[in-house]
Design a protein around this ligand. Structure first.
Ligand code: URA
Length: 187
């Protein structure tokens, strides 16, 4: 495990997969590194690649709205992705890209040591919780591992494609908020 500054430097200089050749910016993550609540998305999209900040495009705007609806601010969480460089045409990350990039995320998780980790979407849940994770069946369910409380919900872009999933996602966010409040009360 390396410290935060060194880790960010390593990510900026990374050439482990081909995505470094086509990226504009590596998207390291954003937020409070002392938080209890960490969100993990899939991969940077166009706006994230241009800005270097996660979840700033259309799905990021919806994510912000959902957070606000359960009274959580973006400043109090940390948000990162499974991979840190944008895959072209927003395709799903390849196995080699995930394999190359995941150790960086694991190092971030160890340094932040949040109580709660929320996977946004199937790709994230399959990388973090279980390779066979079924998002439609298993969203909103808590998994407990190595002292972390893990949960997955729909990716905001899935909600943009299919608004009928929004109701379930909102229930998941209320579940997340309840658990987050429990930890806040203990501290
Ligand atoms: N989708 C993601 O999974 N991550 C981002 O940062 C933006 C869109």
């Amino acid at each position: 495990m390396v410290d935060w500054t060194e880790l960010e430097k390593m990510c900026n200089n990374c050439t482990k997969c081909d995505l470094h050749k086509t990226k504009t910016n590596m998207v390291f993550g954003q937020g409070d590194i002392h938080t209890n609540l960490m969100f993990i998305g899939e991969a940077p999209g166009e706006q994230e690649d241009l800005s270097g900040i996660p979840f700033v495009g259309k799905s990021g705007q919806l994510f912000d709205k959902i957070l606000t609806s359960v009274d959580i601010s973006r400043e109090e969480i940390y948000i990162a992705n499974i991979i840190k460089c944008r895959p072209s045409q927003n395709r799903n990350p390849l196995d080699i890209e995930k394999k190359s990039c995941l150790p960086f995320l694991r190092n971030q998780v160890k340094l932040i040591h949040p109580k709660i980790i929320v996977c946004l979407g199937r790709v994230s849940a399959q990388s973090i919780i279980n390779p066979n994770f079924k998002i439609t069946k298993e969203h909103g369910i808590w998994f407990y591992r190595k002292g972390y409380c893990l949960i997955a919900t729909y990716h905001p872009s899935a909600l943009l494609r299919d608004p009928s999933k929004k109701r379930d996602a909102w229930e998941d966010f209320k579940t997340i908020k309840t658990k987050y409040d429990e930890f806040r009360e203990k501290n």
